[in-house]
Design a protein around this ligand. Structure first.
Ligand code: GLC
Length: 556
């Protein structure tokens, strides 16, 4: 049977619905409690029936799992606990037969400390070519240092703080320090070393030759660094995201020279027929994102402004406008996202007041404040209809089609996010959005696999498992399925015209005939006299759109 994924549509990604599979938590075929490649293959027909165009698989490479697989020990293999290259090839073939494309996650900013390169770097010592692939430095040897050379350089080279807490520098036995902007088990590569670039071109080709359709590029905004001596002290700017946004000439983030790397990658992606695509994870200042998706660079960059927007008509409309303008200015297509494996799931975000400190909310096991879960779900369903009505592509995170909320009360003994230990138990981290999926209403892990899961699922998930929602037309799963099916009719239509904008609600139309109305306000609103084809919640008896609800209507 020929692949359903044809070569004709080489710009498929421009308006695709792409589903993020967090591999460890999607489906476990062998009963070790962790999701795997074969498990994904088994569930692919259900994803295809949901109506998605592609899956993005989070890292599945051999890894000591210091950061859920974002610590890669070998970029050209599969972790044995997750399967084999043969399993991967089988997944790819099944996906393509079903018409589903496959994007894999590439982690170029850092390797695992168990990668052959890093082990060689530690063994080879100061000044070696092996160390030059990473960022090794001596600590300062100021006048205050007493004693002989052995006492010197006891302080890290700079005050830089890692994203998971603690110093961004770790010392090796001979006294040198290496930089890691994430966990100590994730040493940063030095992208100014041409050997690093050559290696990653080979890694891209390895997966492209196997037939993958694209890449998600991890920490794309962090690869190029300004390491001119003396390295500057940064204070809080070294880690805080908001501050980072405001520091333009930051030595670590969003450097102009990162774009040279992506121009090189684009040439590799374009060597294939059809050309393959890449999507950047780039947490950058508003207005800087478009630089990653210029015509000779990557194809997409996640719109984190949309993800971070409060549930507010004016804020959302402004972000939609800016994002459309930004993408259009470079000929790219907008890339919407509401959730991923790094953030609090959006039904929970929308259930909390906008200024809520979610770190302490998680520490209170979700009791302080108490989230209004019914409200959060209503808004999440409306947000889904909003996102799927917008021109461009949409990234869905596994479980949002079931309306899953953040699991805020995971017992600490199950937490695996390095944030938990690195923050000295002050931040529980991101495991609450990574709890294994409930597929069935029964079984030791609700159909996730034949044994218990690596994080136990909340008992209440039995009622909202995939199988429990499948035949219920009012379910969140049915809402996503209906919306994804109708969304196919919008393909190729890049238009958006505002019909109405006010503090409480807005409406826009697409030239293909869809009108989307979203009510963010406290009162029900009247709908235009058009055919209503889909709503995120029931209309009032008089046919009005209630608060926190969205509707799709047709003009033709
Ligand atoms: C990205 C990933 C995140 C990971 C980090 C370090 O932000 O999405 O999960 O921890 O990079 O690789």
């Amino acid at each position: 049977m020929a692949d359903a994924v044809g070569s004709a549509d080489s710009r498929w990604w421009r308006d695709a619905a792409i589903y993020e599979v967090y591999v460890r938590s999607f489906a476990d075929s062998d009963g070790n409690g962790v999701g795997d490649i074969a498990g994904i293959t088994t569930r692919l027909p259900q994803l295809a029936a949901l109506g998605i165009d592609a899956v993005w698989l989070t890292p599945f490479y051999p890894s000591p799992m210091a950061d859920g697989g974002y610590d890669v020990a070998d970029y050209c293999d599969i972790d044995p606990t997750l399967g084999s290259l043969a399993d991967f090839d089988a997944l790819l073939a099944s996906a393509h037969k079903l018409g589903v494309r496959v994007i894999v996650d590439l982690v170029p900013n850092h390797t695992s400390d168990q990668h052959a390169w890093f082990k060689a770097a530690v063994a080879a010592g100061r000044g070696s070519a092996e160390r030059a692939r990473y960022i090794f430095r001596d600590g300062p040897t100021g006048a205050g240092d007493a004693g002989g050379p052995g006492d010197r350089g006891n302080e890290p080279p700079t005050d830089w703080v890692a994203n998971f807490g603690g110093s961004a520098w770790t010392r090796v036995a001979d006294g040198q320090w290496y930089l890691h902007m994430f966990a100590p088990e994730q040493p940063d590569l030095d992208w100014s070393n041409p050997e690093v670039g050559e290696e990653f071109h080979a890694i891209l080709r390895f997966w492209l030759d196997r037939g993958v359709d694209g890449f998600r590029v991890d920490v794309a905004h962090g690869m190029a660094k300004n390491l001119t001596e003396p390295l500057p002290p940064l204070g809080a700017n070294s880690v805080d995201r908001q501050l980072r946004y405001e520091v333009l000439d930051h030595p670590l983030w969003d450097r102009d020279d990162v774009h040279d790397i992506f121009r090189g990658w684009r040439k590799v992606l374009d060597e294939y027929s059809p050309p393959r695509m890449a999507v950047a994870e780039a947490w950058v200042m508003p207005g800087r994102r478009a630089r990653y998706v210029r015509p000779d660079e990557l194809h997409q960059a996640f719109n984190f402004d949309f993800l971070q927007a409060p549930w507010d008509a004016e804020a959302m409309a402004a972000i939609i406008d800016t994002s459309l303008g930004e993408a259009t200015s470079v000929g790219a297509s907008p890339t919407w996202v509401l959730s991923n494996h790094d953030v609090i799931r959006h039904p929970s975000r929308y259930a909390l007041a906008p200024q809520t400190d979610t770190v302490s909310w998680l520490l209170s096991n979700g009791t302080d404040p108490v989230a209004d879960r019914a409200l959060g779900l209503r808004r999440a369903r409306a947000a889904a209809l909003l996102m799927l009505a917008l021109p461009g592509s949409a990234y869905l995170y596994q479980g949002e089609e079931l309306g899953l909320a953040e699991v805020a009360d995971i017992e600490p003994r199950y937490l695996q996010d390095p944030t938990w230990e690195r923050s000295e138990h002050r931040d529980k981290g991101r495991d609450g959005c990574r709890v294994p999926l409930p597929w069935e209403s029964e079984g030791p892990s609700l159909g996730f696999g034949p044994s218990t899961a690596w994080i136990p699922q909340p008992a209440e998930w039995a009622a909202i498992a995939w199988s429990a929602q499948e035949d219920d037309p009012s379910s969140t799963l049915a809402l996503y399925r209906d919306a994804l099916r109708r969304r196919r009719e919008l393909k190729g239509d890049a238009s958006l015209t505002w019909l109405h904008r006010s503090t409480g609600h807005f409406a826009f139309s697409r030239s293909s005939g869809l009108v989307c109305v979203v009510n963010f306000g406290a009162e029900a609103i009247g709908l235009p006299p058009l055919q209503v084809v889909l709503t995120s919640g029931e209309l009032t008896e008089s046919g009005d759109l209630p608060p926190d609800t969205a509707a799709w209507l047709l003009t033709k």
